[in-house]
Design a protein around this ligand. Structure first.
Ligand code: ATP
Length: 354
């Protein structure tokens, strides 16, 4: 088992970071008045861990006994019938699914399938009416229509079902959905918190860490706990005992973005733009999320850029990122940003050096 899974805290009392959030969640459960929840925060910050620990707090160890099911659904959509395939992870108390997997048909998932699941109210061991928990991942990727339907489901079935929504950014979740949930921000852990987790794992594995080693991994992790733990395990596989000057491996895709940034800085022309487009496509087909590509590209470009251009370039990156969120085809917007950058940078070079 990978360390990220092996050392994932199972209960709210055992978390090493976000202890305050965990304690608040515990209070919510003991007060028996758990509202719908929306967890949001950057990738690898610990949202899923908190959700799993919360379910355990609610239902005990049986919430961990989950089965994966691949179900086919037939949904009546007016004049035609739509067939949908959906993977769910369920225990006797909860169901977890990723409704945005259905792409543009996501609203049928919300309107029919989630509604159906929400309707069925379980009865607990004491014969009282319990409630069912639905965990929906990546709600920020749901279309507007699907989010509107979700709002209705939340209102209509609030007596029989609780929704736990999880996403990276709450800005893409409609106000109507957000306002019906208790919003829980899961911040990216700070460097010293990551060090604490790494040292804990090191101790459990019986490893000797040179001073500053965990801090170096934390620094390279971009404040993602998952990434820090994965890098730590990679270092362990590459070389043990650890040395002070051991290289912390970086991700392949990051090196690729570094290469793209160098290409852009070296030449600003339609031909180079075309080449860059090919490389961006390659990143996208390898499932690197477009917003992460844009963010990383900006980061690499800023490192190489003259001070007076930084503000303007950040402005345009934000502009195209916003447009990307509104649109469907991410490549258009990343490419438009690259073209804009090339034009700004070329203009600057001509003005400075003639
Ligand atoms: N509170 C915590 N204390 C200790 N370790 C943690 C904590 N939260 C997370 N971790 C570790 O970090 C790893 C990543 O966390 P998690 O999967 O919860 O992140 P996430 O925010 O759901 O990420 P993503 O959005 O990419 O799915 C976990 O596998 C676990 O090992």
């Amino acid at each position: 088992m990978l360390w990220v899974d092996k050392y994932r805290p199972k209960t709210l009392d055992k978390v090493l970071v976000h202890e305050d959030v965990a304690q608040n969640l515990k209070k919510l459960v003991t007060e028996q008045d758990c509202p719908h929840l929306l967890f949001y925060g950057p990738p690898g910050s610990g949202k899923k861990t908190l959700i799993m620990a919360l379910l355990r707090q609610m239902f005990g160890a049986s919430a961990e006994k989950v089965k994966v099911e691949n179900k086919n659904w037939k949904v009546d959509a007016g004049s035609r019938t739509i067939e949908l395939e959906l993977t769910t992870l369920s225990s006797t108390h909860h169901v977890e699914l990723n409704p945005s997997d259905a792409g543009f048909q996501d609203r049928y998932i919300v309107q029919e399938i989630i509604k159906e699941m929400a309707k069925n109210r379980p009865i607990d061991t004491k014969g009282k009416k319990g409630f069912k928990v639905l965990v929906l991942n990546e709600v920020d990727k749901l279309s507007r229509e699907a989010q509107h339907s979700l709002r209705r489901t939340m209102e209509k079935y609030s007596a029989s079902c609780r929704l736990i929504l999880c996403c990276d950014s709450s800005s893409k979740v409609t106000e109507a959905v957000r306002s019906r949930c208790l919003n829980i921000r899961v911040n990216a852990p700070k460097g010293d918190e990551i060090v604490k987790v790494l040292e804990f794992i090191g101790k459990k594995e019986g490893l000797q860490l040179p001073s500053g080693f965990a801090a170096r991994i934390a620094e390279k992790s971009n404040r993602s706990l998952r990434r820090a733990i994965l890098s730590f395990e990679t270092c362990r596989v590459q070389q043990y005992p650890f040395t002070n000057n051991q290289v912390i491996p970086s991700m392949d895709w990051e090196e690729y973005v570094f290469e793209i940034a160098s290409d852009i800085m070296k030449e600003q022309s339609p031909k180079r733009l075309f080449q860059v487009r090919g490389k961006l496509y390659e990143l996208l087909v390898n499932c690197i999320p477009p917003e992460i590509i844009l963010k990383r590209l900006l980061y690499e470009l800023l490192k190489k850029l003259d001070f007076e251009l930084k503000h303007e370039v950040c402005h345009w990156a934000a502009y195209y990122e916003h447009r990307m969120r509104l649109g469907q085809k991410a490549i258009f917007h990343i490419e438009a940003f690259v073209a804009k950058f090339m034009s700004i940078y070329k203009g600057f070079l001509i003005a400075t050096f003639g």
